[in-house]
Ligand binder design. Structure first.
Ligand SMILES: O=C(O)CCC(=O)C(=O)O
Length: 378
């Protein structure tokens, strides 16, 4: 698998010098590192993060067909399963979700073509300092230790404009050769946003609040699409494709291929999420935890790598409109008798994770402390 080998080398090359090389500079190290028989230090994770998982996660596979058709009984049943899963670990999967499986396949194949490009071409769309969008090798442009064994391509999606933002992103950054990739991902993100909005209705029902309560917050938001490629790894037990973290966003809709590698922390241990081709994975993120007044857990997850097979995943992060207040419905606060988080905006939390804090399992409590101290000193 020469492409996979090249990816691996590209990842290794960005992680071997200190301070970290900007991904732009990484190309020249390739030939030296091709023969490296070990994982470089900057990719090694502490033992407590790499503890193996043995059991499968107990999480519902929720059939959405009845809810999408407006069947009341099916809706109540789906909401009940969601409520249990979100209170327990913040994770569930959906099937018969209304997203065309062929569209998912196409998006997956298109991004496969991107990741197989020569590194110089991928670096032509590398993330610029301070930007969230573009190609990144192991996030070495931001961090220098505990690097993830992966490369990513991230781009924004919004639907409050007539402009096809994703189509334009691909055309303007990668040229006409990637025009079709742009069209496919424009459709893919549109489908994810639509599903995300329906899930917001189900989440509202599951929390016993007005079913349209959360939708309004997300209607004009700018969501994040991140495509992940995890090359195979010589010493997989030392590295992680994605370290343990909760997503700062609201909900994540993830498609994972059949290789497997996603783990969720539940019942005090890491659990395996076996891939299923017709399912989409749903994670609760920090913002939704705040929106539920802490009733729903932000899902702690990670992705492991393996020795033989590269793995891909497509993550769509649904985000609220930047300037709208993130706060739980009054009814929930009244019932709970306390409000667990201060009112904040999505752009406050985004700023914190882009400037000051690397997302982990404690992003939300640390953000809350930072936000409150920032407010009292200003
Ligand atoms: O690839 C996966 O299974 C997880 C991806 C993930 O957690 C992320 O992109 O934040």
């Amino acid at each position: 698998m020469p492409e996979c080998r090249a990816l691996c080398i590209a990842l290794i090359s960005v992680g071997t010098s200190t301070p970290p090389l900007r991904s732009m500079d990484s190309g020249h190290l390739w030939s030296e590192l091709e023969v490296l028989p070990h994982v470089p230090k900057s990719f090694i994770w502490p033992k407590e993060c790499t503890v193996d998982a043995h059991d499968e996660l107990k999480a519902p596979m929720i059939e959405l067909d009845g809810f999408l058709r407006g069947d009341d009984e099916a809706t109540q049943y789906a909401a009940k399963l969601i409520r249990e899963a979100c209170m327990n670990h913040g994770f569930f999967q959906v099937i018969n979700h209304g997203v065309d499986l062929q569209l998912i396949r196409e998006a997956y194949d298109q991004i496969d073509t991107f990741f197989k490009l020569p590194i110089q071409m991928k670096l032509s769309v590398h993330k610029k300092p301070g930007s969230m969008w573009g190609y990144s090798g192991a996030h070495a442009d931001r961090f220098s230790s505990k690097l993830p064994w992966k490369e990513t391509l991230s781009f924004p999606y919004r639907d409050n404009t007539l402009e096809p933002v994703v189509t334009n992103y691909f055309k303007s950054s990668l040229g006409e050769d990637f025009a079709q990739t742009g069209v496919t991902f424009q459709k893919y993100c549109g489908a994810m946003k639509q599903l995300g909005m329906k899930l917001m209705e189900l989440l509202a029902i599951s929390l016993g609040v007005d079913r349209l309560h959360y939708k309004e917050l997300f209607e004009d938001g700018c969501s994040i699409m991140r495509c992940n490629n995890y090359p195979s790894c010589v010493q997989p037990s030392l590295a992680l494709g994605t370290g343990p973290h909760c997503d700062p966003t609201s909900i994540t809709i993830l498609y994972q291929d059949l290789v497997g590698g996603l783990h969720v922390f539940a019942d005090n241990k890491w659990c395996i999420v076996p891939p299923r081709p017709d399912a989409l994975v749903i994670n609760i993120g920090d913002t939704f935890t705040a929106l539920s007044n802490g009733r729903y857990k932000s899902c702690l997850h990670r992705a492991v790598v393996n020795k033989y097979k590269e793995r891909r995943s497509l993550a769509f992060f649904l985000c609220p409109k930047e300037d709208k207040l993130v706060r739980p419905p009054q009814d929930i606060v009244r019932m709970d008798g306390t409000k667990r988080y201060p009112d904040f905006t999505w752009s406050d939390l985004l700023h914190f994770t882009q400037k000051y804090y690397r997302a982990d399992q404690a992003t939300l409590p640390n953000f809350t402390n930072w936000f409150l101290s920032f407010k009292t000193t200003n």
